[in-house]
Write a protein of this length. Structure first.
Length: 245
């Protein structure tokens, strides 16, 4: 790190749990963000400002007017542009010293390769099919998965390390059968709830890389923003899961 880096990250470096060594670990780390929408927007901006050295952002969608209420990395002038291009400009405006790789086509053929490049994967997608595929790749590549979901006034967050003994994967929590996608197009979402969950996702990803504190493995945190209540439930490994057993 040079003098500018030391100044930029000084408020983190002064934390005894991080210090110069921990900051260097962040600078050397790579994180893959699936989606730069309501969850990926705050996650990407906080990870960039915290000094994660390489962000890989994946999204095939373009910015629409209805996105701007909660997808804070995108601005009105970005409407019609690919979300990854819009997000990359803002991320580099926050921190021009990091590397940002954009992916507009993430599919079954290349997903495993991209997951293998990452120290942590943050899934901010809005459908079960994508979440199951990301989970399978993370288990196969032994990459920690930080999964979040948000709808209406509610949010969920967990960390999955299904490749470890006795640790569940995402599919241990949600089976492929009997799950219907709910999305904000049909159900709505309060903007700050997405911001809360995306920020918590970034926090968990940083804690994983730095091996700090509780990392929500084997636990599902549920937030009800209407009552402002937080609930934790334990997730057990499904011995019949075809992905992590």
């Amino acid at each position: 790190m040079n003098d500018q880096d030391l100044l930029r990250y000084s408020r983190q470096i002064m934390l005894p749990q991080i210090g110069i060594e921990g900051q260097q670990v962040l600078l050397d780390s790579t994180m893959l963000l699936i989606g730069v929408g309501g969850l990926g927007s705050p996650s990407a901006m906080y990870l960039a400002s915290a000094g994660v050295g390489h962000l890989i952002i994946a999204d095939f969608d373009k910015v629409e007017l209805s996105n701007l209420q909660r997808q804070i990395v995108h601005h009105t002038k970005d409407i019609g542009q690919f979300k990854v291009d819009s997000a990359k400009r803002k991320i580099l405006a926050i921190n021009p010293n990091i590397k940002v790789t954009t992916i507009k086509a993430l599919n079954q053929d290349n997903l495993g390769d991209w997951v293998a490049k990452a120290d942590v994967v943050l899934d901010g997608s809005d459908n079960f099919d994508t979440r199951f595929k990301v989970n399978q790749s993370c288990v196969g590549e032994k990459t920690p998965l930080v999964s979040a979901a948000v709808i209406r006034f509610e949010g969920q967050l967990s960390v999955f390390k299904g490749y470890e003994l006795n640790q569940p994967c995402y599919q241990c929590l949600y089976s492929k059968e009997g799950n219907n996608d709910e999305n904000c197009v049909e159900n709505g979402i309060l903007a700050p709830v997405a911001g809360i969950m995306g920020s918590l996702q970034a926090l968990q990803a940083i804690k994983i890389v730095l091996n700090l504190g509780s990392q929500l493995t084997g636990r599902l945190m549920m937030i009800d923003a209407m009552d402002l209540t937080f609930r934790d439930i334990k997730i057990s490994k499904d011995e019949s899961c075809t992905i992590c057993n």
